[in-house]
Design a protein around this ligand. Structure first.
Ligand SMILES: [Zn+2]
Length: 296
């Protein structure tokens, strides 16, 4: 059995451009749970809430039930369902799945393959993500299903790095009260923040520490522009916009050019703002050319 091929073929379930990520999401979730406990089964009534949230956040807008993939994934050969009566799914109706004690797990042949070749877990995870989701969501999805791809691919150092990333994100987002330090964006979806990221001022790859005075909470757009050197930090925690940046539309004016000269929002009282040495590093090494004049 070519498991990677199997994973990508789940895609065929989609048709006419309609997105149906239910099976890929369930399989990702199952891989994440398998990584934490290779023996454990997923009892429908126990995981229904988590699967529902996952579908609401990453699935299409129309409401949907986790019973559907829980039952139908069996036909793809990667998943099995047992009830209190034995092997076999009671169908996709949630009432039956709950009352029968339906419990799903990766198919035995897949579990054997994963046992023989542990790196397969990481490769399947990547294949699933690549085939069904845009790159910008991969890290969020892994976090949501508890799948640690770097660990699955065998890097201890990468795992430690990832744990540190998570801590840094929590530290910075809290320090800036879940708001973009440049524009004030503070969007949330279903109670969790969306489109907000922890940015390193001095890059981690260039000896930038995971400290609150080396971080900014930025929305995805401003994080990208800050890392690309379109935006920078000047003296007095004022935002710089590069003269090389060109944007003629009203949107570019509002989201980028108008930031020039504005003061950074946050951090909250008692938390260290961006340190001068990190600010200088970014200004020298990342920021592009001369800053524009602040808009009047
Ligand atoms: Zn922003």
């Amino acid at each position: 059995m070519d498991w990677l091929d199997q994973v990508v073929r789940l895609k065929r379930w989609t048709k006419d451009g309609v997105r149906a990520p239910h099976k890929p999401l369930l399989l990702l979730y199952a891989l994440g749970r398998y990584q934490q406990d290779t023996e454990g089964g997923l009892r429908y009534s126990a995981v229904e809430g988590e699967l529902k949230r996952l579908l609401a956040e990453y699935g299409p807008a129309n409401p949907t039930t986790p019973g559907y993939p829980f039952h139908h994934l069996v036909s793809d050969g990667v998943w099995e369902v047992r009830t209190d009566q034995g092997l076999g799914s009671p169908g996709s109706a949630v009432g039956a799945l709950r009352s029968s004690g339906a419990t799903g797990r990766l198919a035995p042949a897949l579990r054997t393959a994963l046992g023989e070749e542990p790196a397969l877990l990481g490769r399947m995870g990547r294949a699933l993500l690549d085939a069904h989701f845009p790159v910008s969501l991969h890290a969020d999805l892994c976090e949501a299903v508890g799948l640690d791809l770097e660990q699955a691919e065998g890097g201890v150092e990468a795992r430690i790095r990832r744990q540190r990333d998570r801590r840094m994100r929590e530290l910075i987002l809290t320090a800036y009260e879940f708001q973009c330090a440049f524009c004030g964006y503070d969007g949330a979806l279903g109670g969790s923040v969306v489109g907000l990221e922890a940015a390193h001022v001095r890059w981690w790859s260039h000896d930038g520490p995971d400290e609150v005075d080396n971080g900014l909470c930025l929305c995805s757009l401003h994080h990208k522009l800050f890392d690309k050197g379109v935006l920078g930090l000047g003296e007095g925690h004022r935002i710089l916009v590069s003269r090389r940046f060109v944007g003629r539309s009203e949107a570019s004016r509002r989201h980028v050019l108008a930031l020039s000269g504005r003061t950074v929002i946050g951090p909250q009282a008692g938390v260290a703002p961006v340190a001068e040495r990190h600010r200088e590093w970014h200004a020298r090494q990342v920021f592009h050319g001369e800053p524009r004049q602040p808009v009047g």
